[in-house]
Design a protein around this ligand. Structure first.
Ligand code: MN
Length: 749
């Protein structure tokens, strides 16, 4: 049992804080003294790694004048405290070798095997990351990136050991570096230690960072704490004596340790709650380590009989562990003179997990190598994550965090200015470019990743520094859609392509209309503003477009026929006195090679017009029919048969929208029209009629049968695709010769 209250303090003493102050203390011999948990073979491997590192760092010195190798040895020593395996210790000894000494990863693979080389390589990658503390809100992303980049938790542990030693020896560094390194420690590395449950390291990193960030505040607070410790010495030792005696009386064997809050946590409490030092009362406490889990609850009873518990202060973190796997019973008791004293009760296993977190895995494996219990306890921390996941809401949240941290579904990359961007896993260079700004994405021409030119479809990896090269004239490539991962990039690319298509069609439309106008003998398309403004307004009323640009886009996209609009425009211009130039007309026609019918100003149709021309569904004209063209509002040119009642009605009402149209000599496709066949009812009639139509080489595109089964005769309507009137006549003749067909004729509205 520990009897001195202060002996259990969790603060590093002055000597502990400067183990590298003397090169001798950090010597390899001292490290070897800590390796009794490893096999002789392991130790031999570690010795080889040491020799290799020593040679590599030969001639390099630490800032305090010690040989550089004292640093890797100190890092390995910390890893040995955690009882990490031989691979981790070897990596710790060589952790700066790639970065500082020009050793290659291949060399390490050859000499020490791939696993050790991977660890060293992972550490080298972390070393290259520099956190910019000026960037607010980036700390969390940076932490995640660190965790994500380390495929092996040993890399993080070695990194924490590295950072701890660098912080312990920061006094040797120039003062100008204290601020940056301390902030980084406080914002990045201490929280990682906490997240992984390495409480001892967490507190040490915080206190060291505090000391170098605010040396004066640290000094003042440290003195105040010393004074208060002296003042309270009697009280503390009295409580310790009384508690010990009580446990002895109950026949329980326990370990009691006095503990006090770290300077940094006292400072933070004062700072955040605006308290003076004397107002921070819960600085002192005791930790009681008991053999078994049930002893914790028995021990709680013992304490509550000795001193009165403070209501509302009891916490059962044994049944419901904290989010980082921490387990303990907490209670605050009213001690002698009415002083509040906090007690923590836990088993030895819980204590190790509480202090070493994820490192407890190795600690347990090492301390009882052949015990099943050690295996069970060793994985307790990880197991507890799974257990608490099912128990509490907090735990579920924690698991979410852990999932992000240890199994990240995001990649974290840097801009050239060291801003961190989080992107979904699998994101490519183009996702990154669009995440920065759509202007950057839209003008991307190439990219460099970590200084090297890479294709735009390259998937990004954690820690990549990505630089996008843009050019004003560059435009999104539709092919990007095939590899981008983010919705943002996808929609930005789509949007741009659509806009571009509109702009392009507008340009094209303008050219087509100008050309059409030239064929009408007018050399240039008049501007919208100026003397022909009213003409444009009339034209737009005629076409049904809202604006000139829209009309031009419509022409460019084939929704309207340039020659028809041009013809109408020429007529309107003639009304204003602008006469066509006969000479220009003949030159244009000669140049464009248009035939005589075109010279009459008639629109020729051959079926290749696409969506800009519709053949009216009422009369379904086919080549050979006399036809008229109606320029509908927003629906393009609608072609009716000359004798179609609908067409006639429109002509009366809307005459100015009619254009002269005619069939080309050789239409390029078939046209649908409707045939009504009257048949006698009977088995197989439809099949006979259909094969009769097929025999005339026409395709049936639709069949519509009247439902009059009682009748002896039925009308069947067929939509039939025919080349022209002659072809239709062949079909009708063929039908009339067919058995059961009483009558066959073209449908007329
Ligand atoms: Mn280092």
């Amino acid at each position: 049992m520990t009897t001195e209250a202060d002996s259990g303090t969790l603060l590093p003493t002055a000597e502990q804080a400067h183990p590298a102050a003397s090169a001798a203390a950090a010597s390899f011999a001292a490290l070897l003294g800590k390796l009794d948990y490893l096999s002789a073979t392991d130790i031999e491997h570690i010795r080889q790694a040491y020799r290799f590192a020593d040679e590599a760092h030969l001639g390099q010195l630490r800032k305090n004048g010690d040989p550089y190798i004292t640093h890797p040895i100190a890092v390995a020593a910390q890893c040995a405290e955690w009882k990490l395996d031989a691979q981790a210790l070897m990596a710790a000894l060589m952790h700066d070798a790639i970065e500082d000494c020009g050793v290659t990863k291949e060399e390490l693979v050859e000499r020490f095997g791939a696993p050790v080389a991977e660890l060293v390589d992972g550490l080298t990658k972390l070393e290259k990351l520099e956190f910019d503390t000026r960037e607010q809100n980036q700390a969390e992303s940076f932490r995640k990136m660190l965790l994500a980049m380390a495929k092996d938790v040993r890399v993080i542990l070695i990194k924490l050991a590295d950072r701890t030693h660098n912080m312990r020896t920061m006094g040797d560094m120039p003062r100008s570096k204290w601020q940056r390194i301390s902030s980084e420690t406080l914002e990045i590395y201490a929280p990682i230690a906490h997240r992984l449950g390495l409480n001892f390291t967490y507190r040490e990193l915080q206190d060291l960072a505090f000391r170098f960030l605010h040396p004066w505040r640290y000094e003042v607070l440290s003195k105040a704490l010393n004074k208060s410790r002296n003042r309270r010495r009697d009280l503390i030792s009295r409580v310790q004596r009384e508690v010990e005696a009580e446990f002895v009386r109950h026949g329980m064997s326990v370990r009691i340790m006095g503990r006090e809050k770290t300077l940094y946590s006292v400072y933070r409490k004062m700072d955040s709650k605006h308290l003076s030092f004397s107002q921070v009362t819960d600085i002192y406490g005791f930790r009681i380590v008991l053999p078994e889990l049930t002893d914790c609850y028995t021990g709680l009873g013992v304490l509550h009989q000795l001193y009165k518990p403070l209501p509302g202060k009891f916490r059962d973190y044994v049944a419901i562990p904290k989010v980082n796997g921490y387990q303990s019973l907490h209670t605050t008791l009213i001690g002698p003179f009415g002083t509040n004293i906090e007690f923590q009760l836990r088993t030895h296993a819980m204590d190790v997990v509480a202090e070493s977190g994820v490192a407890a895995h190795w600690l347990y494996k090492a301390s009882e190598p052949n015990s099943d219990t050690s295996q069970r306890l060793g994985t307790q921390w990880l197991q507890s994550l799974l257990d608490i996941q099912q128990e509490t809401r907090d735990a579920a949240e924690f698991w979410d965090h852990i999932k992000i941290d240890l199994f990240p579904d995001a990649v974290y990359v840097f801009t050239p200015k060291s801003k961190i961007m989080a992107l979904p896993r699998g994101a490519t260079v183009m996702d990154f470019a669009y995440a920065i700004h759509s202007d950057v994405g839209n003008h991307t021409v190439s990219a460099r990743i970590n200084g090297e030119q890479r294709p735009l479809r390259t998937e990004l990896a954690n820690g990549d520094v990505v630089e996008i090269v843009t050019a004003d004239k560059a435009e999104p490539n539709p092919a990007w859609l095939s590899f981008v991962k983010t919705g943002r990039a996808r929609s930005k690319i789509r949007h741009h392509l659509k806009t571009v298509a509109q702009e392009k069609s507008h340009e094209l439309g303008e050219r087509m209309l100008s050309q059409a106008l030239r064929s009408e003998g007018i050399a240039t398309l008049p501007a919208e503003e100026g003397p022909y403004h009213a003409t444009w307004e009339k034209l737009l009323r005629f076409t049904g477009n809202k604006a000139r640009d829209e009309l031009l886009s419509d022409i460019g996209m084939g929704k309207r026929i340039a020659s028809m609009v041009g013809k109408k425009l020429a007529v309107l211009l003639a009304e204003t006195g602008l006469k066509p130039d006969a000479l220009l007309i003949s030159t244009e026609r000669y140049a464009s090679g248009r035939d005589e019918s075109a010279s009459q100003g008639v629109v020729t149709l051959d079926g290749s017009e696409g969506v800009s021309v519709q053949y009216a569904p009422c009369c379904k004209p086919i080549p050979g029919d006399r036809i008229v063209g109606y320029l509908g509002r927003g629906e393009g040119l609608v072609v009716h048969a000359e004798d179609c009642p609908t067409g006639k009605r429109l002509l009366l009402r809307d005459g100015e929208r009619f254009l002269e149209v005619e069939w080309a000599d050789e239409p390029v496709r078939s046209f649908d029209t409707t045939v009504v066949v009257t048949v006698t009812n009977g088995k197989g009639v439809l099949a006979r009629v259909a094969s009769s139509i097929a025999a005339a080489e026409a395709d049936i595109t639709h069949v519509d049968m009247g439902d009059e089964p009682a009748q002896t005769a039925t009308d069947i309507r067929f939509s039939v695709a025919v080349r022209d009137r002659q072809h239709l006549a062949d079909v009708l003749r063929s039908l009339k010769r067919t058995t059961s067909v009483l009558k066959a004729q073209r449908y007329k509205p």
